[in-house]
Design a protein around this ligand. Structure first.
Ligand SMILES: [Zn+2]
Length: 361
């Protein structure tokens, strides 16, 4: 059982990430680990994080989506975790896979701050009234954990100006902001408790490491499953098609059947970011349509896309290349939320027996 547990924790570890461009949800790690109602087991268990990752994968149809987990240092000495779990938490923290806040920091406030700055949805067990971005309420149901999206209370704020710079923490070996990533790549957002950017882990004032192009993560879904994930930056438009001329384009030919191969052009759609706005241009022979949604719970409405004319996409909009082939934001679930099992489940190796212990007396 110990072996199975460590395999499942390894699978969970591979999906933890503090790069908002690689994640689909932001979570308070300890709140998730303390979700005793999921299995009636120990007061805290790291394996429960896997249920949240799988639920997010189901919603997004994405077997590689990452989870942005935030904890506070006290978690590493919390004896409700096993000594092995505390060791794993320390490793995740040292490797920069999770954000570990200073002792006593309010995790919930940082979760909301990261969501506010980046637009990535929050995953929570209790509602967050007034939060201006998308929120998944995680509800334990018959078929496991369900992530229910609340109706939007307005559109998500534009990416914050602080994200237009790269930042570096002066603390030696800072695992979160110690290195400046390659141009165009993402980075954990600074903390802005009083306006000046500081390291969320060390509290040190961050060093400005130069301009950073805005970027957005998009996903190609075929029959509800993400087959390709890519970044669009202001400096680099991206073409999606059967076999784009640009070798760095997004090639979807290998997932098409005979019929869709005939209808999808070699170069079908071009995506670009301009002034923080995502634009799509139809460059195909057979056309495409926009499935527009005003919010997460709204019904999609088909809108025209005129060939060669760039059109702005809303945060919940998808572009349909062919029935069941769509492109949309990687961190927004599609209108037809895929059901059934999570692609690439992290719980495949989890010891089922550990999840069914009776509650302690
Ligand atoms: Zn730091």
């Amino acid at each position: 059982m110990r072996f199975e547990t460590s395999r499942a924790l390894d699978a969970i570890e591979r999906r933890l990430n503090v790069d908002p461009l690689a994640t689909g949800g932001i979570i308070d790690l300890v709140e998730a680990a303390r979700s005793v109602d999921l299995d009636g087991g120990r007061p805290a268990a790291l394996l429960r994080l896997g249920q949240f990752i799988d639920a997010l994968s189901r919603r997004l149809g994405d077997g590689n989506t990452g989870l942005y987990a935030i904890a506070e240092r006290g978690a590493m000495s919390d004896t409700d975790f096993t000594s092995n779990e505390r060791m794993v938490l320390r490793r995740w923290s040292d490797d920069g896979l999770i954000e570990m806040l200073p002792p006593g920091a309010r995790v919930n406030a940082r979760v909301r701050e990261v969501a506010h700055l980046t637009g990535v949805p929050v995953i929570t067990r209790s509602p967050l009234p007034g939060h201006p971005g998308p929120v998944y309420l995680a509800i334990a149901g018959q078929g496991g954990l369900e992530l229910s999206l609340a109706p939007a209370i307005g559109s998500t704020p534009r990416p914050h100006p602080v994200l237009q710079r790269y930042w570096r923490c002066p603390a030696a070996d800072c695992p979160v902001l110690g290195r400046v990533p390659a141009q165009g790549a993402g980075q954990a957002p600074p903390a802005l408790p009083s306006g000046a950017p500081i390291c969320p882990r060390h509290g040190d004032r961050l060093i400005d490491a130069g301009p950073r192009p805005l970027a957005m993560a998009l996903a190609v879904r075929i029959n509800g499953v993400v087959r390709s994930r890519f970044l669009v930056t202001a400096a680099r438009p991206m073409v999606v098609g059967r076999a784009p001329d640009d070798p760095s384009g997004v090639t979807i030919g290998k997932w098409l059947n005979d019929e869709s191969s005939r209808r999808v052009s070699r170069n079908h759609l071009r995506f670009e970011l301009r002034d923080g706005m995502l634009l799509v241009t139809d460059v195909s022979t057979n056309g495409a349509a926009i499935l527009a949604r005003t919010g997460p719970t709204a019904q999609p409405r088909e809108a025209d896309l005129h060939r060669g004319e760039p059109k702005a996409l809303g945060e919940w909009d998808e572009v349909e290349i062919y029935p069941e082939i769509t492109v949309g934001r990687a961190d927004r679930p599609p209108a037809d939320a895929p059901r059934g099992t999570a692609p690439n489940s992290v719980m495949a190796d989890a010891p089922t027996i550990a999840m069914r212990l009776p509650p302690p007396r």
